[in-house]
Design a protein around this ligand. Structure first.
Ligand code: IMP
Length: 192
């Protein structure tokens, strides 16, 4: 079975993605491949960051790998925080800090439309290939649910009456930005 290193330190992402890929490729985490430390993410686009993270792993291991980068784009905030979603409330902020800042900025706003967008960069023998996924929905006015991570408790996807943090993993994976990008990656890997 083909082996791919997933360039993330995020356990939730690793779980979500492994769940969808385990029958096709063997996923190795950064620590399993002997890598440690913060991967730089200094580009100003999702594609750029995904490429930067995959390149970082490829340069250190020479192994095929992939990385993802996600942004939450909020209409009433002119698309912010977008590519800066992880550092929205400042360097080294927590998921909670980001949610608090979002609820504060969105207070009183009637247009609560938002989308999550994920770009995956697959690096095969040093050649990058991109896969994108997107989900539209709304920013809630308060936290709902305990599952998932990041902005999940305040994001409700279209056609659902619950937040991402109130869904079982299989349901989130089926409709989420990352799930949709991974589905495209899976379709590509199946052609190899
Ligand atoms: P990154 O892809 O790890 O750089 O993610 C950027 C930001 O979006 C971080 O604050 C993540 O917590 C958040 N994020 C990424 N994926 C998700 C998700 O599936 N649900 C909620 N928040 C997410």
């Amino acid at each position: 079975m083909k082996k791919l290193i997933f360039a993330t330190n995020n356990k939730h992402k690793l779980l979500e993605v492994s769940e969808m890929l385990h029958s096709i490729v063997k996923i190795e985490s950064l620590s399993e491949s002997g890598l440690s430390g913060e991967i730089p993410e200094t580009a100003d686009t999702l594609e750029g960051n995904a490429l930067q993270k995959a390149t970082w792993v490829y340069e250190r291991t020479g192994m095929d790998c992939f990385a993802d980068d996600t942004g939450l784009e909020v209409e009433a905030l002119d698309g912010r925080p977008g590519v800066y979603s992880a550092r929205y409330a400042g360097e080294h902020c927590s998921f909670d800090d980001n949610i608090n800042k979002m609820l504060g900025e969105m207070e009183g706003k009637t247009n609560r439309r938002a989308c999550f967008r994920t770009v995956i960069c697959l690096m095969e023998k040093g050649v990058p290939r991109y896969f994108e996924g997107r989900v539209d929905g709304e920013i809630l006015t308060e936290r709902h649910g305990k599952e998932g991570f990041g902005y999940d408790p305040i994001f409700m996807p279209d056609r659902f009456a619950v937040s991402f943090a109130e869904m079982p993993l299989e349901v989130k994976n089926h409709i989420s930005h990352r799930g949709r990008a991974v589905a495209k990656l899976v379709a590509y890997l199946k052609t190899l």
